[in-house]
Design a protein around this ligand. Structure first.
Ligand SMILES: C[S@@+](CC[C@H](N)C(=O)[O-])C[C@H]1O[C@@H](n2cnc3c(N)ncnc32)[C@H](O)[C@@H]1O
Length: 244
């Protein structure tokens, strides 16, 4: 049976079913670029870490053929239920995880991976980006978004990240024990053991090392989650890479 979509308790975000943060309810500039690109793609596009379909549904509505992939079956069940019947033939779903998942060589014109990569170790990010390059057709684009050290409960660690970055650490945002940043009383079980927040420089380096040309690499501000709160600056890192 399809699980109910959890209630949102942070404005603009819906909790995931598997303690992998929240799905945004709106698209940022990188995800909007993905949807616009997907609309004119002649091959399918991939939305990996799709959650309940914040980007998959607009891409389908724009006419794209979308492969939606997520590690959580419940997210996929909800997405399939939310997909208008007339668009279901253009949606293919897959329950699988990065970096293990695979797709055939040169399948996609575009790949969106939004706010997933910071759940992976450095080595797994490198493997995942190399695989994405393989899955893209020549000229295809990867649209990547990741949480940075300046958001979430781990932002209290931002000065440590900045110092490690100054010292040349490859993964300066890495938080070995995510449980240390959970709210008091929250059980660690089911949450990721570690978190690897990224910035535009890190994403750029990984993509160039994988053989991509980088079109754009920027910090993105987050959403204002309650009235009167300051805009969370540099909450996300966004990048568009092109397979040469
Ligand atoms: C923070 S949510 C982001 C959802 C949406 N893409 C967005 O930008 O709002 C992360 C999503 O990625 C999925 N996810 C996390 N790690 C994953 C992995 N290694 N492989 C596949 N999906 C993963 C989670 O299940 C969740 O749906």
């Amino acid at each position: 049976m399809t699980p109910p979509i959890p209630k949102s308790f942070v404005k603009g975000f819906v909790p995931t079913l598997n303690n992998r943060g929240f799905m945004a309810e709106t698209l940022d500039e990188i995800s909007k670029s993905f949807v616009a690109y997907a609309a004119q793609a002649d091959r399918p596009v991939l939305d990996i870490g799709c959650a309940y379909g914040v980007a998959t549904l607009p891409a389908l509505a724009a006419g794209a053929r979308v492969v939606a992939c997520d590690m959580e079956q419940g997210h996929i069940d909800i997405l399939m239920e939310k997909t208008p019947p007339a668009e279901r033939a253009r949606l293919e779903c897959r329950v699988a995880s990065l970096p293990e998942v695979d797709f055939p060589h040169e399948t996609f014109n575009a790949i969106l991976c939004s706010r997933l990569l910071h759940f992976l170790s450095g080595a797994d990010i490198e493997t995942s980006i190399s695989k994405m390059r393989d899955w893209l057709a020549p000229g295809g684009k990867a649209f990547l978004i990741a949480d940075t050290p300046y958001t979430g409960p781990w932002k209290s660690n931002a000065a440590v990240y900045e110092e490690k970055k100054r010292q040349g650490d490859t993964w300066p945002g890495l938080i070995d024990r995510f449980a240390d940043f959970l709210p008091p009383g929250a059980a660690a079980i089911g949450h990721p053991e570690f978190l690897n927040p990224l910035d535009p420089d890190i994403l750029r380096t990984v993509c160039r090392n994988a053989g991509f040309a980088v079109e754009k690499a920027v910090f993105l501000d987050g959403l204002v989650s309650r009235p009167g709160a300051a805009k969370p600056e540099k909450a996300h890192a966004g990048l568009i890479a092109v397979k040469k």
